[in-house]
Design a protein around this ligand. Structure first.
Ligand code: SF4
Ligand code: SF4
Length: 217
């Protein structure tokens, strides 16, 4: 009778995940570590078929600490925040919130893929809302086209939108500019504070890892 051999210890996702997954969980308020790769999110995601990653693949890359590949992906920008994934997910992993955080990190670290114009659109949209209190579509379109040089793209839709009054020449301006400025400033401060927290957590985790390595015989 052959001697019984001890089975290897099971590999836990928590063992695989490094600082990136931990920091992302802290910053986004949802845990990628709960995902067990059932792929239900991807089967319902409206952009999974046309993007460079599917939702469950993004989460797996986070598990594996593939920070740069994640932050350079188109998928984080193409997510429409439709919430289908979290509705279907048995573990309630909020990929939508993760993507919000990943976009912010991608912008801060200068890793935005050149295959997306979403950040340019987002900035033009927010600038318009900050200035006027609501978006001015014609101004938004002009700024977007000037910044991306996509002058002729979608131009066939302009006559129909003009005819239906969807592109007014002068947009409305809402009152409360000071209130809006304060709102945007507070949001920016909160974002910076959260980033500082995560950086501190990542440093602490790295120091703890280094100390544990040194203690090993
Ligand atoms: S549905 Fe949830 S558990 Fe399943 S792969 Fe997607 S994120 Fe992971
Ligand atoms: S929220 Fe984003 S990732 Fe989730 S299903 Fe919608 S598009 Fe896909």
């Amino acid at each position: 009778m052959s001697p019984r051999t001890a089975s290897p210890a099971p590999l836990e996702v928590g063992d695989l995940a490094g600082d990136f997954a931990q920091a992302l969980a802290a910053l986004s308020g949802t845990s990628p570590l709960s995902c067990y790769q059932c792929t239900k999110c991807s089967s319902g995601c409206p952009v999974a078929g046309r993007s460079d990653l599917r939702p469950h693949e993004l989460v797996r890359l986070v598990h594996l600490g593939e920070r740069e590949e994640v932050l350079r992906s188109r998928f984080i920008w193409e997510c429409t925040s439709c919430h289908t994934c979290i509705t279907r997910c048995p573990q309630k992993v909020d990929i939508c919130s993760m993507n919000d955080t990943l976009r912010e990190l991608s912008l801060r670290e200068g890793l935005v893929t050149r295959h997306t114009a979403a950040p340019v659109f987002n900035k033009a949209f927010l600038d318009s809302v900050r200035k006027r209190g609501r978006v001015h579509e014609l101004g938004l379109m002009a700024v977007f086209k000037l910044r991306t040089r996509r002058f002729l793209e979608d131009m066939d839709k302009a006559p129909m939108m003009l005819a239906k009054g969807k592109l007014p020449l002068f947009g409305e301006r809402m009152r409360g500019r000071h209130g809006r400025e304060s709102l945007f400033r507070r949001a920016a401060q909160a974002g910076r504070a959260a980033q500082a927290d995560v950086a501190a957590q990542a440093d602490a985790a790295a120091q703890a890892d280094a100390a544990a390595q040194e203690r090993k015989p």
